[in-house]
Design a protein around this ligand. Structure first.
Ligand code: TMP
Length: 406
């Protein structure tokens, strides 16, 4: 267990207790169940740094390894999103004549391949060896290591400072965020920018989407906490743009203090966060009450459906589903199987509750009466794709923003 640092060393006010949880992405084989890894998953809020985060986290080596199962490019929606993200950066005022662009956590190259294909100097830093290899295959220069201030120094001496450092759904995974922020500040040119996006705390609080909380998501950021964190390293928030991805994300742009004007929406978003109470402990207490209610409602709905002899499948073996299943104690008695399009997950068991994960085709063949939409963040794409299932009387269940049959 890794007692990682607090942003400013302050104590955290406990918020949620999700009990013992396995790794969100820890899909496993039947013969691996006897030594499955569990950790106590709790969250807390810091009144001084305004950070909402896990209290403890397993070591990163437990989570991001050569068999790491998450490949970004498996979702069409994400592929489009990252192409637009890359294009946006290339067209921005931050790009110089011969830019050097660094991505932290480039996964399978979903975003950086659009930069690499234009022969722009770039480097992807990706600790998971198997995803880094995929990135290499699509022409992305990759370094398979964890980013740190030490690595930032090495990168700088080999390639020079960066014009743009970007990252998507990575920063919230990194426990030693102070070291990362310090490394980024050193690696960035005076005119450089850090652009990163992560699931947004404001959406989690508003939608009670507590499944965004799992071992990998150490932090759930807000503009308030991001601004506070990076200002300790001489960077200021110059833009904040809400994104639809992951059920609600925020893209933050930061630069060295005083170099660029601050966009108007920074103030708008900070103000909205104060109105939502993201700076107040009682907001998180109310969130915890909503999470408990969501659990009770979900277990009741699934039990009621099962008691009248209907079948329920899980739709998409997401990391997020691990929190729901283990926190709510939902196992094979309520959900018969989980279908998923990722071959690497087929014939595995879901972490902790050990529900079989089967190929997507099984869902089409077995036509369950109900399908629990674990990938609720891709609802639009999935509901459009599953028109035939819906027309045939199939129904989707969601728990976001409240437990419901769609
Ligand atoms: P995530 O991006 O929310 O973590 O979801 C990733 C998982 O969802 C991945 O294993 C693929 C699976 N998935 C499906 O099985 N069908 C789908 O239509 C979508 C969008 C994702």
């Amino acid at each position: 267990m890794n007692k990682f640092c607090r942003v400013d060393g302050s104590e955290l006010i406990p918020v949620n207790d999700f009990g013992l949880q396995p790794l969100g992405n820890g899909f496993l084989l039947p013969e691996q169940t006897s030594d499955e890894y569990f950790f106590s998953m709790q969250t807390g809020f810091s009144q001084s740094s305004l950070m909402f985060q896990l209290l403890d986290q397993p070591n990163p080596e437990q989570m991001f390894h050569e068999n790491y199962a998450f490949f970004s490019s498996t979702s069409l929606q994400m592929s489009h999103h990252f192409k637009k993200f890359a294009d946006g950066i290339l067209e921005s005022k931050f790009i110089t004549d011969d830019p050097f662009i660094v991505e932290l956590g480039c996964n399978d190259g979903i975003m950086l391949k659009h930069i690499a294909s234009k022969s722009i100097r770039h480097l992807g830093i990706e600790p998971s060896v198997n995803t880094a290899l995929e990135a290499n295959k699509v022409g992305v220069n990759t370094l398979s290591e964890f980013f740190s201030s030490e690595l930032a120094t090495k990168v700088q001496s080999k390639h020079g400072q960066a014009d743009v450092i970007f990252s998507a759904n990575v920063m919230c995974h990194i426990p030693d965020i102070n070291d990362i922020a310090s490394g980024i500040s050193d690696l960035l040119k005076k005119s450089g920018v850090l652009v990163f996006e992560d699931p947004y705390l404001g959406d989690v609080i508003k939608k009670t989407s507590y499944d965004q909380i799992y071992d990998e998501h150490v932090f759930l950021f807000s503009a308030l906490s991001v601004s506070n964190l990076f200002s300790r390293y001489g960077l200021e928030l110059i833009n904040a743009e809400p994104q639809k991805t992951h059920g609600g994300s925020m893209r933050y742009t930061l630069a060295h203090k005083g170099v660029y004007p601050i966009e108007e929406n920074v103030q708008t978003i900070l103000q909205a966060e104060l109105e939502l109470g993201l700076d107040k402990a009682e907001t998180y207490k109310a969130f915890d009450e909503n999470v408990r209610k969501s659990k009770n409602d979900l277990v009741k709905l699934l039990s009621d459906i099962k008691s009248i002899g209907k079948s329920i499948a899980g739709y998409a073996a997401t990391s997020k589903s691990t929190t729901i299943l283990n926190y709510c104690g939902i196992g094979g008695d309520l959900i018969d199987y989980i279908c998923d399009t990722t071959p690497l997950k087929h014939n595995t068991l879901s972490p902790g509750m050990h529900i079989p994960v089967v190929p997507y085709q099984d869902f089409l063949d077995r036509k369950p009466d109900y399908a629990f939409l674990f990938a609720w963040n891709h609802a639009e794409e999935i509901l459009a794709k599953e028109n035939t299932y819906l027309q045939g009387g199939g129904k989707f269940i969601t728990h976001v923003p409240s437990v419901n049959v769609l």
